[in-house]
Design a protein. Structure first.
Length: 130
């Protein structure tokens, strides 16, 4: 099998898995807002973003790694009980997931588009370092 073919298969696998994880994460985040004490659900969301981050890193998608890493940090603090699920935190996480979806679509379309990650990262940082 040629390297190009293997790379294309890796990319297609990444896009399929990531899209599925992000769709599930959307539903799970809405459910978490209604059931903020559901640790199993929170752990599932964390694992999903962790998987997206790892796959993005493996394939060299640095913008995705940057935003998923910060989102993962917030979710980890929620998991540890260091901060509580609030409407404000959920809004920022949902905004980050929306940006992640846009970046994945850019990759799917073969486009390298400069996206403003900093505004969302600045919204996430208080929940990471708070």
């Amino acid at each position: 099998m040629s390297q190009l073919c293997e790379d294309q298969e890796l990319l297609e696998g990444f896009l399929t898995e990531t899209t599925e994880l992000l769709e599930k994460m959307d539903d799970d985040l809405v459910t978490l807002e209604k059931s903020p004490d559901d640790m199993e659900l929170l752990n599932s969301i964390f694992r999903s973003i962790h998987t997206v981050k790892g796959a993005s890193s493996f394939l060299g998608f640095e913008l995705l790694v940057k935003i998923t890493h910060k989102t993962e940090d917030v979710l980890n603090r929620l998991r540890k009980g260091e901060i509580q699920v609030t409407a404000e935190i959920m809004d920022v996480i949902l905004e980050a997931v929306d940006l992640i979806k846009i970046l994945v679509n850019d990759i799917r379309n073969g486009e390298i588009v400069e996206r403003d990650l900093d505004s969302i990262i600045h919204k996430l940082i208080p929940y990471i370092s708070g």
